[in-house]
Design a protein around this ligand. Structure first.
Ligand SMILES: C[S@@+](CC[C@H](N)C(=O)[O-])C[C@H]1O[C@@H](n2cnc3c(N)ncnc32)[C@H](O)[C@@H]1O
Length: 234
C-alpha cells in the first residue's frame, strides 16, 4: 500500500494548490473524447430528481464544485480538509466548508447525492469515511466516486524506476468496497492520456507526487496512459 493515506503526506500535498494544479494540467480525454469529470457530472445529473441537495467531499480547488453548482435545481455544499482549498472553492461562489470526510458536520439523510473525486485513496479510515457518506445520504440517494486504477501512469512510474501505485480505493477494489454498503454499483472505466510537452514537465509531475522518482532524460513530447473509474452507487 502506498503512503497516499498518510495524514502528513496528505497535509503536505494539499496545503497549497501548486502540486494538484501541476498534475491536473497534463490530462487529456480518452481517444473517444470522454473525460472523467464530465462523466461524473453526467452521473450526478442522472441522479437528480427535482431540487436536490448535493455534497462534494474533497473538493480541491473547486473545479467540479463550480460545475455541479451550475446544474439546474442543485444546492451544493463543497467540503475539503484543506483550508486553502476551501478558500479557493468559496472564491468560485460555492458554499464551501472545511470538513474531514470521517466527521461530516451534517444531519443523517440530508443529501440526495454525494460526490468524491480522487480522494478516497487519501482517507486514513476508509470504512469510517464510507459510513459517513452512507449516513448523510438519504435512502436511495446516489454516491458518485472517481478514482484511479493500478495501471494509472504505471508506465511513467516504471520508466522512472518506480512501481505502479496501489491504493486502498482503486478501479480494482472500489466496486467490492462500495458493494458492502450499496445494493447497486455501476462503473465506467476510462483510459485517459497524460501529455508531457518535454522531460521537465514529466519530471515536474513526478516531483509533485513526492515519491522521489527520477525520470531518465528524453527529447520531445511523451504520452502515458491513465486508468480512471467513475463509480455510481445507490
Ligand atoms: C487528489 S485531490 C482531488 C481534489 C479534487 N477532487 C480534484 O479532483 O481536483 C484530494 C483532495 O482530497 C482532500 N482530502 C484528503 N483527505 C481528506 C479528508 N479526510 N477529508 C476531506 N478531504 C480530504 C485533499 O485536501 C484534496 O483536496
Amino acid at each position: 500500500m502506498s503512503s497516499m493515506s498518510d495524514p502528513d503526506h496528505v497535509r503536505e500535498q494539499y496545503g497549497t494548490e501548486d502540486r494538484l494544479q501541476t498534475r491536473r494540467s497534463v490530462w487529456r480525454p480518452t481517444v473517444d473524447g470522454l473525460d472523467p469529470e464530465t462523466e461524473a457530472l453526467r452521473a450526478i445529473d442522472r441522479a437528480l430528481v427535482g431540487d436536490a441537495h448535493v455534497l462534494e467531499v474533497g473538493c480541491g480547488t473547486g473545479v467540479m464544485a463550480e460545475r455541479i453548482a451550475a446544474l439546474p435545481g442543485v444546492t451544493l455544499v463543497a467540503t475539503d480538509f484543506s483550508p486553502r482549498f476551501v478558500e479557493l472553492t468559496a472564491a468560485r461562489g460555492v458554499d464551501a466548508r472545511q470538513a474531514d470526510i470521517c466527521y461530516l458536520p451534517f444531519d443523517d439523510a440530508s443529501f440526495d447525492v454525494v460526490f468524491a473525486g480522487w480522494m478516497l485513496y487519501h482517507v486514513r479510515d476508509l470504512e469510517r469515511a464510507l459510513n459517513e457518506v452512507r449516513r448523510v445520504l438519504r435512502p436511495g440517494g446516489t454516491f458518485v466516486a472517481v478514482t484511479n486504477g493500478n495501471d494509472h501512469l504505471a508506465d511513467l512510474r516504471r520508466a522512472a524506476g518506480g512501481r505502479p501505485e496501489i491504493t486502498q480505493f482503486s478501479s480494482e477494489t472500489g466496486e467490492s468496497v462500495l458493494r458492502r454498503r450499496f445494493a447497486d454499483v455501476r462503473r465506467h472505466d476510462l483510459e485517459t492520456r497524460a501529455v508531457f510537452g518535454d522531460h521537465a514537465s514529466a519530471q515536474a509531475y513526478l516531483d509533485s507526487t513526492g515519491d522521489g522518482l527520477v525520470l531518465p532524460e528524453f527529447e520531445g513530447e511523451r504520452e502515458y496512459a491513465g486508468a480512471v473509474t467513475v463509480f455510481e452507487a445507490r
